[in-house]
Every structure is written in structure tokens, then in C-alpha cells.
Design a binder for this molecule. Structure first.
Ligand SMILES: [Zn+2]
Length: 156
């Protein structure tokens, strides 16, 4: 990535900015001030640049999927050092999933696991074979469970 594109990205992410907004700002800037004509090429370089900056820890990226467009994720970028907190109805529990070293926040029911199986018995499979939307905690963390059946089984 050219040094000036890198600096340009960083100077435009001085607070939260949506991916689309950032792209439009940078493309317009390069077209108007640097007489760039190859918009497709700028967009490609920008994508690579953003990915690299996130990898290097210079930017924080949050991906989200809106309920009406679940098929694809959108992104918001934040400056380095941004602390993220998520507030929503506690019933819509967020779990953490670590995939290829990437931490993903997922919505899901939190079950209590005992000897590899959920206490509520919603499935007879081990967690790696569970459907999406189900995560677990061990007995030691049972207070974090949100599955009512698991909690009832624990109490009985
Ligand atoms: Zn359960």
C-alpha cells in the first residue's frame, strides 16, 4: 500500500466511520485532488489497506449483520485504542467464538455443559457439532448460562 493511502485512511478514521462512508470519502478525495481516474483500482487498494491496518492494530474493525440483510456483514472502523462495549437486551446473549485467531461475537443461548453434554439435553451431540446459536459454559461458570432448561436442571 502506498504510504499516502495509508496516511489518508488513518486521517479519515478519527472517530467511528462506516466502511461505505470511508470508501466514498477517500475515492472522492483521490479523484478530486490527485486526478485519479481508476476508481476500481482505488477501491481495491483501499480494501487491502484497511485489512493491513486492522492486522497491524492501527485500526479497530467491527463487523455487523443487520437483521434484514443477514447475508452479508458490514463494517465500522474505529481509531486504534478504541474500547468496545456492546449493550443490548440481556436475553440476546452475546458469546465469543474464536475462529482462526479472530474473535467473533455471536448471538446464542448459553447452555451449561456437564461431561460434554448440555444439561437441558437439547442435543445429544458434543459442542463442536452443535448448530449455530448455541454456546456453553462449564459448571464453574453456570451463572453465565441463559438457557432456562439448563438453569432449571442445575437448580433441581
Ligand atoms: Zn440448555
Amino acid at each position: 500500500m502506498a504510504a499516502d493511502l495509508r496516511a489518508l485512511i488513518l486521517s479519515n478514521v478519527d472517530s467511528a466511520i462506516k466502511h461505505n462512508e470511508l470508501t466514498v470519502k477517500i475515492v472522492l478525495y483521490l479523484v478530486n485532488h490527485h486526478n485519479e481516474r481508476d476508481v476500481g483500482n482505488i477501491a481495491d487498494q483501499l480494501l487491502n489497506g484497511l485489512e493491513k491496518l486492522v492486522e497491524e492494530g492501527e485500526l479497530v474493525e467491527v463487523e455487523y449483520a443487520l437483521p434484514d440483510s443477514n447475508y452479508r456483514c458490514r463494517s465500522i472502523y474505529f481509531p486504534k485504542g478504541t474500547e468496545l462495549r456492546i449493550r443490548q437486551n440481556p436475553q440476546a446473549t452475546l458469546g465469543m467464538k474464536i475462529d482462526d485467531d479472530k474473535v467473533q461475537l455471536i448471538k446464542g443461548t448459553v447452555h451449561i455443559l456437564e461431561e460434554g453434554l448440555p444439561l437441558c439435553g437439547f442435543t445429544s451431540h458434543i459442542p463442536s457439532d452443535w448448530p449455530p446459536g448455541h454456546i456453553w459454559v462449564g459448571l464453574g461458570e453456570k451463572d453465565k448460562a441463559t438457557c432456562p432448561e439448563c438453569k432449571a436442571a442445575m437448580a433441581s
